[in-house]
Design a protein around this ligand. Structure first.
Ligand code: URA
Length: 257
């Protein structure tokens, strides 16, 4: 065994565990015990007491609170102060979403990836570039569209967000959609479609079929479609996406006065 082999093995092990970002240039020795602290130590929580796993309560109170946010800026401020989703602890940036409020088309994807986490903007990596080309094909510029995700922070290693993480973010996503109030909501990929339509049906069956998303101001037309990342891996499925995009374009045009 060469001297470097154990180092490569350790690196590979970290990659498999989802550690695929360097967040500091100075190594930290995590094995040396910290000096004894004089600060009082909190007692362990009593059995049955609320713990850091009490996410549903955080989500429930966020749902009530977000109803008071009258615009996207207020909602963003509330999200930045929100600590109810564990993904925030490992992310570099909050990816709130972007685009004009009152956009005719809103797109919701699954979760920020590495590029999005670095830049704090949704769909700026390879999937985003394909998404922009898809939109351009129906005569829509990215800047005209409001783009967001079902969670606001990158899951480590790009894993699928857990049900708990999605649930924690959900009140914000619901409010964001209600505030943008688009003519058409396009859900990119099975995860976004399942989350926002509350179904277990897969995207293969859901895509291309109009659905409705309920908001306090009435239902919004929803088009579930393939995720651009899937299309990058399976370009032959672009034909079905194209049909979905044409349906979206027609619906957008029918909403114009
Ligand atoms: N994939 C997503 O679902 N969202 C992004 O923002 C980027 C990639």
């Amino acid at each position: 065994m060469t001297e470097r082999e154990p180092l490569f093995a350790a690196l590979e092990w970290q990659l498999e565990a989802g550690v695929d970002e360097v967040v500091g240039f100075e190594p930290l020795d995590r094995f040396t015990p910290p000096p004894a602290s004089k600060a009082p130590v909190s007692p362990p929580p009593a059995p049955g007491a609320a713990s850091s796993r009490a996410r549903p309560a955080a989500a429930a109170s966020a749902a009530q609170d977000t109803a008071a946010d009258g615009d996207l800026d207020a909602l963003r401020e509330r999200l930045l102060a929100f600590d109810g989703c564990a993904l925030k602890n490992t992310a570099t940036n909050t990816v709130f979403g972007e685009g004009p409020s009152g956009a005719g088309l809103m797109i919701v994807g699954e979760a920020p990836g590495a590029d999005e986490d670095r830049q704090g903007r949704p769909f700026v990596g390879p999937s985003g570039r394909l998404l922009e080309r898809m939109l351009a094909a129906i005569g829509v510029a990215r800047e005209e569209v409001y783009i967001a995700n079902t969670v606001y922070w990158r899951p480590p290693g790009n894993r699928t967000p857990s049900a708990e993480e999605v649930e924690a973010c959900r009140p914000f996503v619901d409010r964001q959609i209600a505030l943008v109030a688009p003519r058409v909501l396009m859900l990119a990929g099975g995860a976004a479609a399942k989350t926002l339509l509350g179904t277990t049906e897969g995207i293969m069956r859901l895509r291309g079929r109009w659905q409705a998303f309920a908001t306090p101001d009435g239902p919004i037309d929803v088009m579930p479609t393939f995720h651009p990342a899937f299309l990058l891996r399976s370009p032959a499925r672009k034909r079905e996406s194209w049909r979905d995009l044409l349906a979206v374009k027609a619906r957008l045009e029918s909403g114009r006065s």
